[in-house]
Design a protein around this ligand. Structure first.
Ligand code: RIB
Length: 305
């Protein structure tokens, strides 16, 4: 059985639920707070596992209580955690999150152990594995993981979040790039200027980014759904699902992990995106990042599968 090898971040999310996000210099009183499992890498690995896929995690936590909690949480999801290193010289990463009354989030990440990572052993990748990265870890590690994947003939999936300028070798070794509209705009360096909701502009921008290397691109558009484009020029729009939004944190990660699990199941990109769109739609009706990710049966229930 193929595996999703997720090379990425692990955070403990400290969440404040507020009426409105504080403005610079402002203090607001939260209605309540919560601690959740998080980190884009960890969330994506959880989404793979809950969608029925086999998930192997490569990452870092600190030698502290948050690190132990996260290791236990990931193992309890059925994720192989044997390649997660506990580092002595940095604390476990933190996600400092406010969620407002409309469910929209604002996130500051304190990288901690996720950034104490200047080298890693070669990944043991099989040709039918999928190697999945995001951008909350050093870019050199992403480049190294994708080079190992390429050498093994495995598929690479990059979720370019949060956006950072990328060295060309990462995009040229990316098979499937997953971005939201802001990351897409940043990758296009704001040219053409992005106008939300204009699907033709999203298609054109996606084509421009594919010229940098990726063989396919998936653009998540929040309530507007998802736009996909493949190397053969075929493109699809999967419409969004109208749901009562409680907390959007981790919806993009849920999408990526569910997409990966479906690709591992042998689905084509379009079918996989339909499943992942439904999974992400369910996740925003619940609180937390990893905790909000639905089980496969719940997604199938929504899709009537
Ligand atoms: O994508 C959501 C995640 O971003 C949170 O879990 C937070 O930890 C940050 O990594």
């Amino acid at each position: 059985m193929s595996r999703a090898i997720v090379v990425g971040s692990i955070n403990r999310d400290i969440v404040a639920y507020v009426m409105a996000h504080p403005r610079p210099g402002e203090t607001v009183l939260a209605e309540r707070g919560a601690l959740f499992a998080g980190g884009k890498g960890a969330n994506q690995a959880v989404a793979v596992a809950r969608s029925g896929g086999k998930s192997y995690f490569v990452g870092r936590v600190g030698a502290d209580a948050f690190g132990r909690e996260m290791l236990g949480y990931l193992a309890a999801q059925g994720i192989d955690t044997t390649a997660i290193e506990v580092v002595a010289d940095a604390p476990t990463g933190l996600g400092l999150i406010t969620v407002d009354a409309t469910g929209q989030n604002a996130i500051t990440v304190v990288s901690g152990a996720n950034s104490v990572w200047d080298d890693c052993a070669s990944l043991d990748v099989a040709p039918d594995d999928l190697v999945v990265c995001q951008l909350e870890i050093p870019l050199a590690i992403v480049a190294r993981a994708f080079a190992d994947a390429r050498q093994a003939g495995a598929t690479t999936i990059l979720n370019a979040a949060p956006y950072r300028p990328l060295p060309p070798e990462i995009l040229t070794t990316t098979d499937i790039l997953v971005v939201n509209e802001h990351e897409l705009e940043a990758l296009c360096q704001g040219k053409p200027p992005f106008i939300g909701g204009d699907l033709q502009l999203v298609r054109d921008s996606a084509a421009a980014v594919m010229a940098l290397g990726p063989k396919a691109i998936v653009v998540t558009l929040g309530a507007e759904g998802v736009l996909l484009r493949q190397a053969d020029g075929r493109s699809w729009h999967v419409p969004g699902r109208r749901l009562a939004v409680k907390d959007t944190t981790g919806a993009g990660d849920c999408f990526v992990g569910a997409l990966v699990a479906e690709l591992m199941n042998g689905r084509d990109l379009h079918r996989a995106a339909i499943f992942a769109n439904a999974a992400a739609g369910l996740s925003v009706t619940r609180e937390g990042a990893a905790d909000s990710i639905p089980l496969r049966a719940e997604v199938e229930g929504v899709l009537g599968a």
